[in-house]
Design a protein around this ligand. Sequence first.
Ligand code: ADP
Length: 536
Amino acid sequence: MINGLTMDDCPLTLTAVVERAETFHHGRSVVSRRPDGDIVRTTLGACAHRARRLATALASLGVEAGDRVATLLWNQAEHLELYFAVPTMGAVIHTLNPRLHPDDLGAIAADADDKVLVVDDSLLGVLAGFHDAHAFRHIIVVGGTGDTPAGARDYEELIASAEPMRWPVLDERRAAAMCYTSGTTGRPKGVVYSHRALVLHSLVAALPDQLEVSARDTVLPVVPMFHANAWGLPYAAALTGAALVLPGPRLDPVSVLDLLAGERVTMTAGVPTVWMGMLAALDAEPWRWDLDGLERLIVGGAAVPRSMLEGFDRHGLQVIQAWGMTETAPIGSVCRLPEELDEATPDERYEFRGRQGIAAPFVDIRARGDDGRLIAWDDRAMGELEVRGPWVAASYHRRGSDEASFTADGWFRTGDIVRIDPRGCIRICDRAKDLVKSGGEWISSVDLENHLMAHPAVAQAAVIAVPDDRWGERPLAAIALHEGTTASPDELREHLTQEFAKWQLPDRFEFMATIPTTATGKFQKTALRERFTRGV
Ligand code: ADP
């Protein structure tokens, strides 16, 4: 029996990742496109060095270990600097999603108890919408030119006036980052990532059969840095020395294609909506962009239709599907064609590539049927996917491990209904959670319903997701009005704007005498889907 310490028990912290970028990958480029279209060039080394100054400046503003520093930023170099500085000084970076309704943003900032906010000048209008809901101790403006809120600091001045920080030694279980995810009802829930989780996630992301990030790559994350850590790509790039291209807010197909071609990007990642638009642009002008260097497009966040796989194959571009959640940091599984399917028919290959893939190393999966028993991996039985692993949430911030989200033995319940084949490859068939996913962002059906039913004319409201070519899904509201009352779709939409962002409002309202219900009195959404998604 060998006892005692056998190997150096050094902590797995992001400090090592940031120091590696600074020491070994300092010359690798970081390109950002500002909201006005200007291209700004810097390097991983410069970002890592400026992160040391930024950390000193934040500490001098009173940021202490464990404090939350919120960001309201695009994919831009300053965001990367905050990704480097905040966790490494021992604080927690909290990325805010500017697309949320101001009430949600205010509630999220208050729930996280954010001490400082770093905001891009172009997002000050968004901040104005929730400024009153939470008192940040300090507001720091990036790229400030115009009217800044009273008392706000300038990001560049702060960095210029501070000395570089010597990074403290941290415990690997310490919180490094946090991100909120939409619940099916009520306010979004906070997921807190530890250093250890993000280090292991970066290592696995870089593996050849995962996202395969290397020093030879130039990575363009279309997926926002406020969305589940941009799928781990910024830290994976820092670890491996991949160059980064950060596209800012302009994510229309032509702008993204221009950057992919102009910066010789090798790998990019985003939700299907982005790629649908790109495919149409490529089909329209196949010769306009030279994408010879582009080796892979990682697509996730929603199902990848076969037409998209075929479409990009036509242009010689490889789409790789991945599945994940904010609660899984986010990589849960990646779909890579196994060698034995190399010679398979196109149908078999597309069938496989349309799946969500095999669980990433260290992520355990299982699925539970309606009868409460685990399902067989026979590709026929269906059940709710449960996961656990070193970068899977064990609880929500301030809410603990509620039964609806976690099993008694500590697995996370994903709300995704899957089949699992004998290889262990999952296919998502349905969703147990009552949400609509539009353009990669969630809309809560239940919240829409509750708010619609608060309208005096509405007796019943049921919201379902209907397929949409552009956005993946859009909300449709089935409405039964009280007898003798009237309400137009415009009036109902107007009523909803108090609580919901514009893009979250239903496009279609279908008025019915009464909404069908199940034996237990719930709205029978299957019947509504059947009826309205077929357009009958
Ligand atoms: P993300 O930031 O990756 O969109 P969210 O937590 O917002 O993470 O959403 C996670 C959910 O998105 C999953 O539970 C699942 O319902 C859906 N999803 C993610 N990836 C896929 C995929 N490849 N295919 C189908 N659905 C997916």
